[in-house]
Design a protein around this ligand. Sequence first.
Ligand code: MG
Length: 386
Amino acid sequence: MSTITDVETIALRARVDAKDFDSSSETLVVRVTDEQGRTGVGEADAPAEAASRLVLMNDVHAWSRGLRAMLVGRDPFEREALWHELYEGTLWHGRRGLGIHVLSAVDVALHDLAGKQLERPVYQLLGGKRRERLTPYATLWPGAVAGRTIDQMMDVISILAQRALKAGFRAVKMEVFFGDLIGDNELVGCIREGRRLLGDDTTMMVDFGYRWRDWRAALWVLNRLEDCNLYFAEATLQHDDLVGHAKLASRCETRVGGAEMAATVHECKEWLERGSVDVLQPDIGRCGGLTELRRIAQLAELYGALVVPHFWKTGITAAASLHWQAASPNAPFIEMLSPAVFSSPLRAELTQPEPEVEDGTMALPTAPGLGIELVEEAVRTYRVPT
Ligand code: MG
């Protein structure tokens, strides 16, 4: 056993645009170190400056403790026991918000470190491989509308689609955060154009960016897209409109997805029971880490649902997603923010090596832990004080 000797936070910030939705513009990395100097890393998809304080803060009382103080001196191998201890130690301010996001980062870092200690890839710590190849999908994010016309937006989507296919992806998600730039009728035409750009052999998903407050409007559009063979429809209704999701899911042919902002198995259970969604999309860096995403996937299986985690961060979460899919039977795809498709400095530069996509699939990682290293030059370039 080699215990944890240090827990650091590394806040990194590249380009931030408050009018866009690019959460890879910033990250909070949590790095844990053991007695032999081995390190494990995880990241939270949360505001880095605020999240960092929850790691480094002094204890307030038994339900409001700093994570660092609870981790130093502990055995990283006991991940699940530690998860519960950290969860209870942050109950007062954690549970569903920033506290669980930071716990997510710690949990991934503990998996990385324990894997390195055992010299085994993380997917083996998650129960072992359930598949020989991994299947990512690429997301086409054209950016927020920001004064552009729909033709300009579709031109960007067309370029991104070509990049994704050229990079080897055979599953692609089109993001249609068009707001009131176009009406629903025109939206149907844009998605048909997306299908034409991708060809019939590509698996196609659509993220509607929380377009509707009216499930019947969402149903109207999805009914008109049945011949586009969409794999799932994401973020159709408002995130907390679970009743609307349930009505939509019971009436349309397309799989209904959601829950990208959901924290823990408890919130995902509400999405399954009350929202009746077909696809849960929690984020590893928000929902509670690998430990919790495993519980979520096990629960989803009991409800006949799939889990396809959201991911829009750096190579740390990319690696965590690969290991998680390797060990998860009801995870047909993982979201992959690919540096070959979307330009994001932190995603492209923070970690190495970058996994290769080959005819739509990726190989299982073989190196110990998450199998990636932080690039120290990128850390120096983008680090901001916490
Ligand atoms: Mg989304």
